[in-house]
Write a protein that binds this ligand. Structure first.
Ligand code: KIV
Ligand code: ZN
Length: 525
């Protein structure tokens, strides 16, 4: 808590579960681990690492995350079924502070059509599952799925019964993002006032953003006594997403005077966490997104620029530094040594392994040769996600492209396979990127579909590094890749190869990404 007088609100991050399960946001295990480390650094109270029973890949990744995270609670989501709770137990066995998170729907529409269960059966199943989980875990959360569209008195009854059975947190989700802020706040107050034994448990909220109100609803709930807010980095999640962590945290921090509550989040880690999630999911945030959008701190209009120059507070209610946006300082050059580089990385909030440092330092030297002066943003672009990179099956040896306004494009590429064998291919294409990607596909003997190709500049100016994001798909599975280089074609090739390497690694390891999850039946019948 940055101010002792304020009420402490817990941040439950579900980027790796609700976020990751949404279309286009799947992550491989390396990426999940990198995000988990970032969340720990950010200071979340609870991180939901996945849904262990949903696929063997999920179970493995929850297990791996549980084994490395020490400074926060790690939760695994389970339906209210013994087989799910067993999977949760197995995956969280190595966690320093495990939490079993059990959910069961309580709204009339879910109970009748999805669960095909009476309210009494739902109550009984909820209580039995808590009692079962309680035998081996003392930290248990129960979520009444679609709580907002449920009969409030029924929710109070279910919450009271699960608390009596041993639940330590009860969560009230607006699963379909239907609530209005005043209404949601009033409902939370009602639940707090009418649930027997609520003083023995934390009351949590979990808001979806279908009407763009997830953050407003979460804040209204906090004002009315909620102890925990469930949210995701960049607001990723099912459909229109979940409440965005950075918006909740900064609203509480900037308006502590009004909301009288705060979190233990280290806000200076927000920007790096947001960039990492963008990079590993390939899902960019809109430029005008609050807190982490490209324009969130940009002052284009002359009158605003003038005001900010005279006194920042004329148009700024928080500073870019407060969320850890690196000042775009020109910091290092080609004579800078490894120590200066490592120190700069530390100042920017990155701690990397010796191996990653080696790779990133070599890339920095190449960049410094080309650019003369390297900025914080450049360094950040090099290091971002480097630890999430999978071992390379294919390494870029060299490439060349011949193109022009009246010519077709021809690409030549030479790749080195990890077994040491090099192969060269030439291909023509509809433009240089198509030509070079086709040549890569020839070497692979596979033709993944290019679902997304996006290129942007890391800094301003024509010497800026180009940053490319790609998404590829093969047989219903998806992989992301990112590349940076002062040459935009090289950044495209690097991005494509990083996605290809992620694909090859996944296919070799048989590690499943979320699209292979089976549709799940919640009632277990
Ligand atoms: O939206 C929802 O209801 C959920 C629950 C599983 C907590 O994600
Ligand atoms: Zn949800």
């Amino acid at each position: 808590m940055s101010n002792n007088a304020k009420r402490a609100v817990k941040i439950f991050d579900t980027t790796l579960r609700d976020g990751e399960q949404s279309p286009g946001c799947s992550m491989n295990i390396q990426e999940k681990l990198e995000v988990a480390r970032r969340l720990e650094k950010l200071g979340v109270d609870v991180m939901e690492a996945g849904f262990p029973a949903s696929s063997p890949g999920d179970l493995e990744s929850v297990k791996t995350i549980a084994g490395i995270v020490k400074d926060c609670t790690v939760a695994g989501l389970c339906r209210s079924l013994e087989k799910d709770i067993d999977a949760g137990r197995e995956s969280l066995a190595g966690a320093a502070d495990p939490r079993i998170h059990i959910f069961l729907a309580t709204s009339p529409i879910h109970m009748e059509y999805k669960l095909k269960m009476t309210p009494d059966r739902v109550l009984e199943q909820a209580v039995n599952s808590i009692k079962y989980a309680r035998k081996f875990c003392s930290n248990i959360e129960f979520s009444a799925e679609d709580a907002f569209r449920s009969d409030p008195d029924f929710v109070c009854k279910v919450f009271g019964a699960v608390i009596a059975a041993g639940a330590t947190t009860v969560n009230f989700p607006d699963t379909v993002g239907y609530a209005m802020p005043d209404e949601f706040g009033a409902r939370i107050r009602y639940i707090k006032e009418h649930t027997p034994g609520i003083e023995k448990a934390y009351l949590s909220v979990h808001c979806h953003n279908d009407l763009g109100l997830a953050v407003a609803n979460s804040l209204a709930a906090i004002e009315n006594g909620a102890d925990q807010a469930e949210c995701t980095i960049n607001g990723i999640g099912e459909r229109a997403g979940n409440a965005s962590l950075e918006e909740i945290v900064m609203a509480l921090r900037v308006r502590r005077d009004y909301l009288n509550a705060d979190t233990r989040i280290d806000a200076t880690q927000i920007y790096a966490a947001s960039r990492l999630v963008t990079q590993v999911t390939g899902v960019k945030v809109q430029p005008n997104k609050a807190i982490v959008g490209e324009n969130a701190f940009a002052h284009e209009a002359g009158i605003h620029q003038h005001g900010v120059m005279v006194n920042r507070e004329t148009y700024e209610i928080m500073t870019p530094e407060s969320i850890g946006i690196p000042k775009n300082r020109m910091v290092l050059g080609k004579h800078s040594g490894r120590h200066a580089f490592e120190d700069r990385l530390k100042d920017l909030g990155y701690t990397v392994s010796a191996e990653t440092l080696e790779t990133v330092f070599a890339e920095f030297k190449t960049l410094a040769d080309k650019k003369k002066v390297v900025s914080d943003r450049d360094i950040e672009a090099l290091v971002m996600g480097a630890s999430a990179a999978v071992p390379e099956t294919y390494k870029l040896d060299h490439w060349a492209v011949n193109t022009g306004s009246s010519l077709g494009a021809t690409g030549i590429i030479k790749l080195q396979h990890k077994d040491g064998v090099s192969r060269k291919e030439v291909a023509v294409g509809d433009g240089p990127v198509d030509a070079i990607f086709t040549a890569i596909n020839e070497i692979l003997g596979k033709k993944p579909e290019l679902e997304l190709y996006e290129i942007g500049a890391v800094t301003g100016g024509s010497t800026s590094q180009g940053e490319t994001m790609v998404k590829i798909a093969l047989n219903g599975r998806h992989w992301n890749g990112r590349g940076v280089s002062t040459d935009v074609l090289e950044s495209s090739i690097k991005a494509y190869l990083s996605a290809i390497n992620a694909m090859e690694w996944d296919l070799a390891a048989g590690a499943a990404k979320s699209p292979l999850r089976e549709p799940l039946n919640e009632s277990g019948v």
